[in-house]
Design a protein around this ligand. Structure first.
Ligand code: PAF
Length: 276
């Protein structure tokens, strides 16, 4: 496995490859990231995983400084998983001058997580477009745990005709249902045992929808109250349609329940698709 820090070196190295599969990450790798590399391994001659904690997608009061940086362990995991190249640009390589050309996603960037984290999806879309230009992958993989991110980026790829196939992979969960996330490491032991309740709440919403309950606002309110009574501070529990994350219209059958809630100082997100 090679570790490459510069765009120039990466481009030289990738010239010899027939096909490149790409997993962009911010490091602190877990089984979810490794699963993405596994899914693309058979399809390409070279698997590239990038590690870059992207300041542009963090708000001023968010966890950019304390975001876990575990580069050496991450490289070990990549080596074991058969990743060919870890691309690890530093901030000067990624942003040699202030990034004032930005990808401005449409309205979807302002709803749900975007309403709580203004500018987040602009930062994500901008860095992913840059990474795509640096790596020029044939296939790129993202986890559905970041459902809104998947929608924003798939739309960007379509609207800018980027020559990359997007694969959106199922969320990898711990045995108790908690979606794997780098931020789970912030949880205390007591919070960690409570954390699977977020997925349990999503499952209750799914059951209610499948049972034919049709007052979506009432289901959302009830679920917010259930979590709040257990000590969570939900940002939203929202039933949307999968295609554009807008409120379902009569007859929409492919839905997704999205949740973001704080437990102590940790903010967790999760979602569950429901097809009626
Ligand atoms: O999902 C992430 O880890 C990040 O948002 C991404 C896609 C690597 C962009 O920084």
């Amino acid at each position: 496995m090679e570790i490459i820090y510069s765009v120039a070196e990466l481009r030289m190295r990738l010239k010899q490859e027939q096909s490149v599969g790409f997993v962009p990450t911010m490091g602190n790798l877990h089984a979810g990231h490794i699963e993405l590399t596994r899914q693309v391994r058979e399809r390409v001659s070279c698997v590239v995983l990038s590690i870059f904690v992207n300041r542009l997608q963090f708000g001023p009061n968010e966890d950019f400084d304390k975001y876990p940086r575990t580069f050496l362990d991450d490289c070990d995991r990549c080596r074991e998983a058969g990743v060919d190249i870890v691309f690890a640009p530093d901030e000067k390589e990624m942003y040699p001058v202030p990034q004032d050309y930005l990808v401005e996603p449409p309205e979807i960037q302002h709803i749900l997580d975007g309403a709580v984290r203004p500018g987040h999806f602009r930062g994500v879309a901008t860095v992913v477009l840059k990474l795509f230009n640096m790596v020029q992958p044939h296939v790129a993989l993202f986890g559905k745990k970041d459902y809104q991110q998947c929608r924003v980026l798939s739309n960007m790829v379509r609207q800018f005709n980027l020559p990359v196939e997007m694969i959106l992979a199922e969320t990898v969960r711990a045995a108790d249902g908690l979606a794997l996330s780098s931020r789970n490491g912030y949880l205390t032991a007591a919070e960690r045992s409570e954390a699977p309740q977020l997925f349990a709440a999503l499952n209750r919403v799914k059951s209610a929808l499948l049972a034919g309950e049709s007052d979506l606002a009432a289901i959302e309110r009830r679920t917010v109250n259930e979590l709040s009574s257990r000590g969570w501070r939900p940002d939203y529990i929202s039933i949307r349609r999968q295609s554009d994350l807008l409120a379902p219209q009569h007859g929409d059958r492919d839905l997704v329940v999205l949740a973001a809630a704080r437990l102590g100082t940790t903010r967790l997100i999760d979602n569950l698709e429901v097809s009626l």
